[in-house]
Design a protein around this ligand. Structure first.
Ligand code: NIG
Ligand code: FE
Length: 400
């Protein structure tokens, strides 16, 4: 079999765990056949191919993996951004009727067609900045029928050739009109919504926002327990404002990831490390809400794998630009360039339970980026310039 594509003369950032660090092959090449990588190695040993691309010594990396987004919603909350810029807090605005519940009305009112169009435009923007796999959470309807509708719209978006989509059911909030009977609402999620999502295969995992103003630890335990019983993976938004002990719960349930973590105790970190739960850092949301930086050094010392995501949402982070998050992760969070790259590749893939994304190796889909620079540090260093730095994005061996 002659490969249908070889990219040669490249600095190949494999992000392979079998190689050290970022798994860089300095004078490397990649062979692709039928959309799948069939060979990675030294340029000197490269096979022949129907089509050869000379990368000119530039960087070739895995396509980026955005493991935490809320990409399906209607409306925007620019007014809240302006209020925060003038000094108001996120929780203060939420308590006054803004926040997540302010996005419920526009999302519920939007037709399927409108939601799919809005989400598709966001996905196009994500691919343009290098994202080839993206997780999308529901969570801006918060009725049983409405959350199912959002996930069905996500399934329609998933028929696009790029990016690859991983859907998640998100228990985001007890909506204002259910506050008086919140235990009945939690029961609906556990007994009706989750089983139907699992039956119709509308999501691969369930996420709960366990924090001040959202779900309690006991409610989170019920919802994630129902998810596990239905055979779905579990994750959580935890410790963005207050540490309610959810990191320990997620560890007990062998969760894929614990996300945010601005507030987390040492026992919480030890629990994540022992259970192999990925800590998902969301620097864009953290900076925008002026929150304290998560304890990167403690997470690092404990050996917790760290991913980095955009948190694309209308409230705290209206951006799908992962290279920009690399900049914030390195400059504001104090992550190394190597940690930041693994955070948007291999570790991000692990946070969504996808073993074949975020690395360049034989038998994984040929999702890759050819950059116009040769140093991995250049991507965060020249922040905001990804449209210039990205030469070509391939998904399944095809140029997007
Ligand atoms: O991840 N923290 C909860 N959810 C989102 C914010 C959603 C919103 O404000 O609409 C987040 O930051
Ligand atoms: Fe989020």
């Amino acid at each position: 079999m002659t490969p249908d594509l070889v990219i040669r003369n490249a600095r190949v950032l494999t992000c392979e765990p079998s190689r050290s660090g970022l798994g860089l092959i300095d004078h490397g090449a990649i062979a692709v056949h039928d959309g799948v990588i069939v060979w990675v190695g030294s340029d000197d040993d490269r096979p022949g191919a129907t089509r050869v691309i000379d990368a000119g010594g530039k960087l070739v990396t895995p396509g980026l993996v955005d493991c935490h987004t809320h990409a399906i919603f209607a409306g925007d909350r620019a007014n809240e951004f302006a209020m925060r810029a003038a000094g108001k807090g996120y929780l203060e605005i939420a308590a006054a009727g803004g926040g997540i519940s302010a996005t419920l009305g526009p999302t519920r009112a939007a037709t399927d067609q409108a939601l799919i169009a809005l989400t598709s435009a966001r996905l196009d923007a994500a691919v343009a900045t290098g994202t080839t796999t993206i997780e999308i959470k529901s969570g801006y309807d918060l009725t049983v029928a409405g959350e199912l509708r959002l996930l069905r719209c996500v399934a329609v978006c998933a028929q696009r050739p790029a990016p690859r989509i991983v859907p998640t059911l998100l228990a985001h909030l007890v909506p204002p009109d259910r506050k008086a009977d919140r235990s009945a609402f939690v029961l609906e999620i556990c007994d009706r919504l989750i089983p139907e999502v699992a039956r119709a295969r509308l999501a691969t995992s369930v996420d709960v926002y366990c924090d001040e103003g959202a779900f309690t630890l006991a409610e989170t335990r019920s919802i994630l327990g129902a998810a596990r019983s239905a055979g779905l993976a579990v994750r959580g938004h935890v410790g963005q404002f207050t540490d309610l002990g959810a990191a320990e719960l997620l560890s007990e349930l062998s969760a894929l990831s614990a996300d945010h973590l601005e507030q987390i105790s040492d026992p919480g970190i030890d629990a994540l490390a022992a259970a192999g739960v990925v800590a998902v850092m969301l620097p864009g949301a953290c900076v925008q809400l002026r929150l304290p930086v998560p304890p990167i050094e403690r997470l690092r010392r404990a050996g917790v794998p760290m991913a980095i995501a955009s948190d694309l949402n209308p409230g705290s982070s209206f951006s799908s630009d992962l290279p920009l998050q690399l900049w914030l992760a390195t400059t504001h969070f104090g992550m190394t360039v190597e940690e930041a790259w693994l955070g948007v590749t291999r570790h991000a893939a692990r946070a969504i339970g996808v073993a074949t994304a975020g690395r360049l190796a034989s038998n994984v889909p040929a999702d890759m980026i050819v950059w116009s620079c040769d140093d991995p540090a250049t991507v965060p260093y020249q922040y905001g310039a990804s449209r210039i730095l990205i030469d070509t994005v391939f998904v399944g061996g095809l140029e997007t």
